[in-house]
Design a binder for this molecule. Sequence first.
Ligand code: PAF
Length: 277
Amino acid sequence: MEIIRTVGELRARLAREPDVCCVPTMGNIHDGHLSLVKIAVQTAPVALTTIFVNRLQFGQGEDFERYPRTFEEDCAKLEAAGNAIVFNPDEQQMYSEPQAFFVDPPKVAKKLEGRFRPGHFRGVCTVVLKLFNTVQPQSAVFGKKDYQQLAIIRHMVDQLALPIRIIPAETVRADDGLALSSRNRYLSKQERKEAPRLREAILQIRDAISDGDRKFVAMEYAAGALLSRNGWNVDYVVVRTQRGLKRPSPDDSDLVILGAATLGSTRLIDNLEVVAP
Ligand code: PAF
């Protein structure tokens, strides 16, 4: 597996590659990332994973400094998964001078995650566009675990006419249902035992919807209360449309349940698509 750290070297290396599938990550590779890499390996002759902890998408008081950086272990896992190239730029490569031009995403970026992490998607879109311009892949894989991120990136690629196919990947879960995330490692032993309750709250809503219930606000309230009773600090547990992440109207059947809540000092997110009968 090749490790490339500069934009110049990467461009030279990829000049002779007609089909590259990119997996953008911030490192701390776990089985969730590896499932994306597996898709990339099956999609194109060259699977390229980027590892860059992007300061622009972290707000004040967020975990940019303590975000786990585990480059050696990451490379071993990526190599075993068949990844061909790791692009690992440093701050100097990505932001040689303070970033002055940004991608300003639409209103949906201010909802849900955007409400609790102002500027987050502006930082995500800016770095993803920059990575896309650097790598110029034919396709890229993003996990559904970050559902709103995936939706916004798809919209950006579409509206800015980027010639890149975005491939969504299902969320990978631990045996007890907890969605894999780099932030799970912040959980204490006791919190780790409690953490699957976020999914439980989402499943409670999924079951009600599958039974034909459409009283979404009542369901959201009950799911939030379940978490609060068990010591979570709830940001949201809501039902939205899969397209556009809007409040569902009576005709909408393709829905997604999204949740975000903090346990101790660790903020977790999860979601589940559901088709209402
Ligand atoms: O999902 C992530 O890990 C990040 O938001 C991404 C897409 C790599 C951009 O920094």
